[in-house]
Design a protein around this ligand. Structure first.
Ligand code: NDP
Length: 331
């Protein structure tokens, strides 16, 4: 089988496609109910960029096969819930980080980590959504659970031209929200408007730490893929009781310039979103909502097709904010 093998040597971390023996797939521990999946589609997420390049300390053991999400067909299963021929999807559970992932013709994972291919989605569509889009859905659900509803002030999406951001824009617009999309790439304005954004906010407006602890109440909520000073800035602009769903840190981990004032005087909230350890029931519920809330025709505009061979280079690019929308690999 073919796989991207990431190796670490004295000269650094390298990633390349190799032919390997299937017997090298993870064997698990005694009692694990493992499922072998013929991978049909996988994708590129920000974390894959880190795993391909050895960044972020995510990969502990080398050689390693990255790929934090994949879709495919069950080939063999110790788990009675899955039979050969079943179509399945995997996101999260640290697969592709501490367990070999989807950048290969086959993957072997615990049955608990899989979900059936969501109804209404093809495997390619499910992977066009992938971890980034699934997490956007979780973010929208969290914001709604905290009172956000269509018809109010605009909802901000940061890192809008990226994977998380693109899917968030499309979901929110489809649900009837007015969407303000933050991007550092002015050339992506037409793309973001085609996904449903009504306003484009230049990244430079929000990139710096806020100068004042509160600004005008401008946004009903925010899906934030950027973190850092931008999230601190966004918190000063939320309406009373508004929330920001903190999804990512493409712009940094430290909330430079943040104060407690938006929390004290505006009842603002930061809602942490973790797709990785999401339990099965809410995971299935979020996938169901992806199939109903995301206009699937818009997915086609977000997809860039790539091959396994392209992924090492694309992994370096995504870490620099150089990838638009979602990258899908068909194996
Ligand atoms: P992408 O690279 O596709 O998107 C990130 C976007 O952020 C870029 O496209 C760019 O958008 C913007 N950006 C990049 N660098 C900077 C910067 N220095 N300052 C401000 N904006 C910047 O990545 P993903 O969408 O796949 O992931 C985004 C984040 O979400 C990552 O940190 C990722 O790890 C995290 N994540 C978290 C999950 C969870 O479970 N919590 C799940 C999935 C992802 P633009 O060009 O439009 O400005």
């Amino acid at each position: 089988m073919r796989a991207i093998i990431v190796n670490k040597t004295d000269s650094g971390v390298s990633a390349a496609v190799e032919d390997i023996d299937e017997a090298r797939l993870p064997a698990g521990a005694d009692g694990d109910q493992l499922v072998t999946v013929k991978v049909t589609h996988t994708t590129l997420n920000y974390k894959d960029g880190l795993c391909l390049t050895g960044g972020g300390g995510l990969v502990r053991d080398y050689p390693h096969v990255p790929g934090i999400d994949f879709a495919g067909v069950v080939e063999a299963s110790d788990d009675p819930r899955y039979a050969p021929g079943d179509e399945v999807v995997l996101t999260g559970w640290r697969v592709g980080e501490v367990w070999w992932g989807g950048y290969a013709d086959k993957a072997r994972v615990k049955g608990d980590w899989l979900v059936p291919l969501p109804k209404g989605l093809s495997a390619r569509q499910a992977m066009a959504v992938g971890t980034a889009g699934f997490t956007s859905m979780l973010a929208v659900m969290a914001l709604e659970a905290h009172g956000m509803a269509p018809g109010g002030k605009p909802v901000l999406v940061t890192g809008a031209a990226g994977g998380v951001g693109s899917v968030a824009v499309a979901i929110l617009a489809n649900l009837g929200y007015e969407v303000a999309a933050v991007t550092g790439r002015p050339e992506q304005e037409a793309y973001l408007k085609s996904l449903g954004a009504s306003t484009i906010v230049p990244r430079s407006d929000l990139a710096d730490a806020p100068k004042r602890p509160l600004g005008r109440e401008t946004y009903a909520g925010c899906v934030d893929a950027v973190g850092g000073a931008m999230l601190a800035h966004v918190m000063t602009l939320l309406q009373y009781g508004g929330s920001a769903a903190a999804v990512g840190l493409a712009g940094g981990a430290a909330l430079e310039g943040a104060t407690v004032i938006p929390f004290l005087l505006r009842g603002a909230n930061i809602l942490g979103i973790d797709s990785v350890m999401q339990p099965r029931e809410p995971r299935l519920a979020a996938w169901d909502r992806v199939a109903t809330d995301l206009p699937l025709a818009k997915l086609d505009d977000m997809i860039a097709e790539a091959s396994l061979e392209d992924l090492p280079e694309l992994g370096r690019s995504i870490l620099k904010g150089g990838v638009r929308g979602r990258v899908v690999v068909t194996l």
